[in-house]
Design a protein around this ligand. Structure first.
Ligand code: F6R
Length: 616
């Protein structure tokens, strides 16, 4: 839940660290700090509770001697509240050694007792300081930072990315990772470390992904990667597919606004290169035909918005492949002894590729012999590396904490996977598959139409509703997970109580919540393609309207049946049923953003949340 950056080279490091941290702030933003080995040879450190701007202002007011070796950290508190003392870096060895950390060191209490018994003292409540003090002790014993670091990481349990540097060894930053991300950026006469490539993409797009339980030592002219036993290991180079501008706000008021506007591109870029002669062929899955022919069950695992994408995808995946599909929250999945066989395909969905619950579920499934495919948006992330195959979503960097463009890209990737598997298994007639491909390819332009036609309208009534205390969302079939997504987005960025329900469930309880003035969004299925369901949802609308609800419907163009009962109508272009969710979700994303903005909230960095949940 924290962002980490490291630099060695010939340029002053502070600016590089601060700009890296600003791109990683989405990972945590309750405190931040930097440590630099100054040109005078001494280690200087500054850390402050609050957003990165607080640290930036402090450094501007009271500059720290600059130098060409440094590390920086932006925190989302786990051990110890967000205070100056608990912020990273943590110092040891007479303040000559600095350590930053992402993750949780599970055996920190036992290590702390050992160090306390030896007379060491602590200045914070964090598990990180324990690693720092331990590293200081080992450095004293060996006199070599890399050796000491190797000894320390071998003793740590839990999840961690650790970076360290010592003023006796300028020009060297060491790092290690276990169940937590770390990537290397390769420059000319300079090298970088980061929690993800955003930390250094403005300086280099050449990166190396390091594996589980590996240690890296970067110097201006070299990068050495070993395992925890000190043996050299192969590292995988890759080129970052987007540039620094993609991770900038541009002229937008927020990253979320920019990312919602990129929803058409997220879908189009995810489809690109995966359709050949009207059929879906995913190049990354070539050579895996046997795997897909051999499965008899699919389990989709994910958390939050990614899990809702899974729920939307389930309908098409099952219908097109004729393989039974279950969708499970990753954190529930592995604690209930699920039935997994070599014929089970576990499809994980994760924007970050680092969500700990999802990662652990993937590992669990693999250990029990299931096959694993990862749908992921982040190159070099851990979950794809732990999976048998990867289908990347090409949504580009998603910086706002609330996921938007990744959601539509995840549904797109699931549809592509479904059509790829259906083609291999012959479970869908070629003409029907071609029609679906055609529908999918039309989605980006239709999302753009929704943005064009509805953005101002939705923002306006979101402003009118700024003092609302509760909003309900109803949907059916593929519209049900869209109702859940609409509710999640609203609660997470506007702090308003919101619930999504399956419309058919209304009479089984939730209708009791309806009182005069209660706002209810209803996702209405197409009357052309789903006449039966459409009729049922219109009846639901009548039922809530009769009890005084304020009804906002999301319905396709020309659907007049909803008009007599709707206070607001948000229109989406005509689409086949499986593709409606990709359109219907757009006004819900705009609504959540509009309402949070009207309340004066920071839509990119909602309270208590971090973009990447790297602890269980
Ligand atoms: C909601 C949101 C979260 C994430 C969830 C999974 O807007 O962003 O619910 O979808 O934490 O994250 P990833 O996709 O990174 O695994």
């Amino acid at each position: 839940m924290c962002g980490i950056v490291g630099y060695v080279g010939s340029r002053p490091s502070q600016g590089i660290l601060l700009s890296g941290l600003s791109r990683l702030e989405y990972r945590g933003y309750d405190s931040a700090g930097v440590a630099v080995i100054g040109d005078d040879g001494t280690l200087g450190m500054r850390k402050r509770a609050g957003k990165l701007a607080v640290l930036r202002d402090d450094l501007a007011a009271h500059p720290l001697a600059d130098g060409t070796t440094g590390i920086g950290h932006t925190r989302w508190a786990t051990h110890g509240g967000p205070t100056d003392a608990n912020a990273h870096p943590h110092l040891a060895d007479d303040d000559k050694l600095a350590v930053i950390h992402n993750g949780i060191i599970e055996n920190f209490a036992e290590l702390k007792d050992e160090l306390l018994a030896e007379g060491y003292t602590f200045r914070s409540e964090t598990d990180t300081e324990v690693a720092a003090v331990l590293l200081g002790r080992e450095y004293r014993a060996s006199g070599d930072l890399v050796t000491a670091f190797r000894t320390v990481v071998a003793r740590l349990e839990g999840a961690f990315t650790l970076l360290a540097m010592h003023e006796d060894a300028p020009g060297l930053v060491v790092g290690a990772r276990r169940n937590s991300p770390l990537v290397i950026g390769l420059g000319e006469g300079e090298n970088f470390l980061g929690s993800d490539v955003a930390a250094f993409v403005e300086h280099t797009r050449n990166a190396l992904a390091i594996g589980q339980d590996e240690i890296v030592a970067i110097r201006p002219g070299s990068v050495e990667v070993t395992n925890f036993d000190g043996e050299d290991v192969e590292v995988e180079p890759f080129e970052v597919v987007w540039d620094a501008a993609a991770a900038e706000k541009g002229g937008w008021s927020s990253f979320m606004a920019k990312e919602v506007s990129e929803e058409p591109d997220a879908v189009a870029n995810t489809i690109r290169g995966r359709v050949r002669d009207g059929a879906v062929v995913i190049p990354e899955l070539e050579g895996l035909d046997e795997l897909f022919l051999g499965i008899d069950r699919i389990v989709v695992i994910a958390c939050g918005t990614a899990a809702y994408a899974g729920q939307v995808g389930k309908y098409a995946l099952e219908q097109w492949t004729r393989i039974p599909v279950d969708v499970e929250l990753a954190h529930e999945f592995r604690y209930r002894d699920p039935v997994l066989t070599p014929r089970t395909l576990v499809v994980s969905i994760s924007q970050s590729g680092e969500t700990m619950d999802t990662l652990m579920a993937v590992k669990y499934a693999r250990e029990r012999g299931a096959k694993t495919v990862s749908i992921c948006n982040t190159q070099g992330a851990t979950i794809p590396r732990e999976s048998d195959a990867i289908v990347y979503t090409h949504a580009g960097p998603e910086v706002a904490v609330a996921s938007t463009k990744a959601f539509v890209a995840q549904i797109t990737a699931l549809y592509l996977l479904a059509l790829h598997v259906a083609r291999l298994r012959g479970s869908l007639a070629a003409e029907v598959a071609a029609e679906q491909v055609h529908e999918l390819e039309a989605v980006p332009a239709k999302i753009a139409q929704v943005l064009e036609a509805e953005q101002a309208h939705v923002e306006q009534f979101a402003r009118w509703m700024a003092d609302t205390h509760s909003v309900l969302f109803l949907g059916r079939h593929v519209g049900y997970p869209i109702a859940l997504e609409g509710a999640l987005k609203l609660k997470e960025i506007s702090y308003i109580h919101a619930e999504g329900f399956a419309a058919g469930e209304l009479k089984h309880g939730p209708i009791a919540l309806i009182e005069p003035g209660q706002p209810v969004f209803v996702i209405v299925p197409s009357p052309r393609e789903s006449a039966e369901l459409h009729k049922k949802v219109v009846s639901n609308i009548q039922e809530i309207r009769a009890r005084g609800a304020r009804v906002i419907v999301v319905a396709e163009e020309g659907d007049a049946a909803v008009l007599p009962f709707a206070d607001e109508v948000l229109r989406i272009p005509l689409a086949a049923p499986f593709f409606e969710p990709l359109l219907a979700v757009v006004p819900l994303h705009i609504f959540a953003m509009g309402l949070a903005t009207a309340k004066g909230l920071d839509v990119d960095q909602p309270r208590n949340l971090a973009k990447s949940v790297t602890v269980e």
